[in-house]
Design a protein around this ligand. Structure first.
Ligand code: PMP
Length: 446
């Protein structure tokens, strides 16, 4: 299998020769919060699939819902003229779930990158319908991650995800992120740093001209960029600046929606109502590729009241509103609410954060520990704490490999080990992740 894998499969985000040099674990089964590989290892999933398996892997109500839907209607499009009962029911439930965020209408996609792309397009169209043709630019945060399509790549904050694909969308500008460990202001106080980043945002808007900007897109807590929670003043500050300047605020909640931060959504965590929210991942817990952009009335009303013809949407996916995905999402949402996974995320997340801070006392390799907002945690690894020199790739790989052999899968991304386990894990599972990481760090320090 390993040879065939290297010969015939090209892994995302991976050098094509790497599959031979570092064969990936071949996962054969998964139950609860544990995954098993072809070599007989069984490990706790510290990654939650890829930030998406919030409910664990044995969710019988979701499997039943998918099986039922496959029997009655496996597919039909939701393009003009047809819809289906599964997606209608889901939309009503999402409307209810997102009511506190002020989001009432769902546009369906096949995943996170599609949701981001959809939100960016709708933002431009919103301004065009209103006669604000000049508002085409986008703002985003450095270290933000918004997927792999050309629009999403253009607003990605990490240049590594952009430069190979240029020229990208013109008119995308990246604002300093509220990242206390490293920032251009050398500011370590979270509140002061938030104020500096907000000032940078205002400066960029003034420089570009407010009337040229369509939307600002941001993650409420930066995820793939290394789990960077901002000071509580930051997202409300962004909301305020966007409102004052007629700029739409798109919350990219592909990771943070559905309880991961301890709140039901990341925006709600900070008391902010965005104009649009990109969701995907945990919406179907990994059972089906699916996503939704949730949209505020303010935006819907502009589209609905248009008589010029500009509101006809030239955008949609074959699998928008897929009935099997909708049935899966409906069952996932019911389980998510029944199990109150946000509460367990907050409690287990606090344990994990405390455990990581304790590991930092022991391991010089840990430069920074980030968490404290549910089950999104990261440690940033350095070869030298004083100079904050990032750990080399080989040593980072040792941490990941030894942790895996010690009982938990964790993910290295750049210098960061990212932890985003299923939200249903127990305190014992948290301890397994921490002790495996401990073993990995011990080995890498040798
Ligand atoms: N936005 C964010 C915040 C993400 O974390 C991701 C994926 N990690 C995406 C968008 C893209 O989602 P997908 O991989 O499902 O296309």
């Amino acid at each position: 299998l390993k040879e065939k894998n290297a010969r015939s499969l090209w892994h995302p985000m991976t050098h094509p020769a790497d599959s031979l040099a570092n064969p990936p674990a071949i996962i054969t089964s998964a139950q609860g919060v544990r995954i098993s590989d072809v070599d007989g290892h069984e490990v706790v999933d510290g990654v939650g699939g890829l930030w998406n398996v919030n409910l664990g892997f044995s969710c019988q109500p979701v499997k039943d819902a998918i099986a039922r839907q496959l029997d009655v209607l496996p597919y039909y499009s939701t393009f003009r003229g047809t819809t289906n009962d599964a997606v209608i029911e889901l939309s009503e439930e999402l409307r209810d779930f997102y009511e506190p965020d002020g989001l009432t209408r769902a546009f369906y996609t096949s995943g996170g990158s599609d949701s981001v792309e959809t939100a960016l397009r709708l933002a431009r169209q919103y301004h065009k319908i209103r006669g604000d043709e000049g508002r085409t630019k986008f703002l985003s945060l450095k270290k933000g991650y918004h997927g792999t399509h050309m629009g999403g790549a253009s607003v990605n904050g990490n240049a590594n995800f952009r430069t190979q694909y240029e020229p990208l969308l013109p008119g995308c500008f990246h604002i300093p992120a509220p990242y206390t460990y490293r920032n251009p202001f050398n500011e370590t106080d979270p509140e002061k740093l938030a104020a500096l980043c907000l000032q940078a945002l205002q400066d960029e808007i003034a420089f570009q001209g407010a009337g040229t900007i369509a939307a600002m897109i941001m993650e409420p807590i930066l995820g793939a960029g290394g789990v960077i929670p901002p000071h509580e003043s930051f997202m409300p500050g962004v909301r305020d600046i966007c409102t004052k300047n007629g700029i739409l605020l798109i919350a990219d909640e592909v990771i943070t929606a559905f309880g991961r931060t301890g709140s039901w959504t990341g925006s709600r965590h900070w008391g902010v109502q965005p104009d649009m929210m990109a969701t995907a991942k945990a919406i179907t817990n990994g059972y089906f590729p699916f996503g939704a952009v949730m949209i505020a009335d303010k935006v819907v009303e502009v589209f609905e009241s248009d008589t010029s013809g500009k509101a006809a949407i030239g955008h949609g996916y074959t699998y928008s509103g897929h009935p099997v995905g909708a049935a899966a999402a409906l069952a996932c949402l019911a389980e998510t609410k029944r199990l109150k996974v946000n509460e367990n995320a907050a409690a287990r997340g606090a344990e994990m954060y405390a455990g990581l801070l304790a590991l930092q006392e022991k391991h010089e390799l840990i430069g920074d520990v980030r968490g404290g907002h549910g089950l999104m945690c990261a440690i940033e690894l350095v070869s030298d704490r004083a100079s904050k020199t990032p750990i080399d790739k080989k040593s980072g790989g040792v941490v990941q490999d030894v942790a895996y052999r010690s009982g938990a899968i964790v993910r290295i991304s750049g210098p960061n080990i990212i932890l985003s386990p299923p939200l249903v894990l127990t305190s014992e599972d948290v301890q397994v992740i921490l002790s495996s990481l401990d073993a990995g760090l011990e080995a890498a320090a040798q």
